[in-house]
Design a protein around this ligand. Sequence first.
Ligand code: ZN
Length: 244
Amino acid sequence: MYNFLKRTLKTLFPNISNKFEFTIRRVLSLFYFGNKVYCGVCESNFKRFILLDNAELSCPKCGSLSRQRRMWKFINETIPFKKSDFILHFSPSKILQKKFKKIYPNYVSTDYCGNLKTDKSYDILNIDVADNSFDIIICYHVLEHIIDDMKAMSELNRALKPGGKLIVQTPFKEGGIYEDYSITTKEDRLKHFGQDDHVRIYSVQGLKERLEKVSFNVEVFSFKEAVDNKFGFKPEEHIILCTK
Ligand SMILES: [Zn+2]
């Protein structure tokens, strides 16, 4: 129903869904009234999550996906930030950006593509900040878009303070990293890498090794859940935590 509503509104009013997305979602969430599932980001219960075309489970009210619910839980339970932390967040979801901004006065959001409303539009290959600027950098579902990913990782390392933390996630596969730079069309990238603007699929071990090559200490957190878990988490997820 959400997809239908969003498509219809987008056709009638091209900009309305972004501007009023939170309002639309609040109304929409009434249709999902129930107590079977729980979104930890907006702290609300529903009868179910919205199943999107790409098989992701979206929260009816806040729009969070599994990876965002997982990140929120991970941060709060595993590495709670200090209020004074300087935080840089690449390509944040709207809901998490909103939540972080409310809590952390030194939070900076950034998106290079211009698809999101963010504070900055830093190029991850040349982040326009001084060395040792941030306590925390969040880089979720970004590196798989970047051809020179090692340069991006070096930049992330440079921008962090000594002892600072980088939180990374991407789509993963078993085995080794799959990349082939001769694959350049949208159609081929979709077929090979699962999305038309991705340039590789990492393996957990492969990404860990690349991050270690740019001098990070790397820890991998792996999560397994029942397929029908009430929090709408994917059955298997990994978060990589790097320390400078
Ligand atoms: Zn939610």
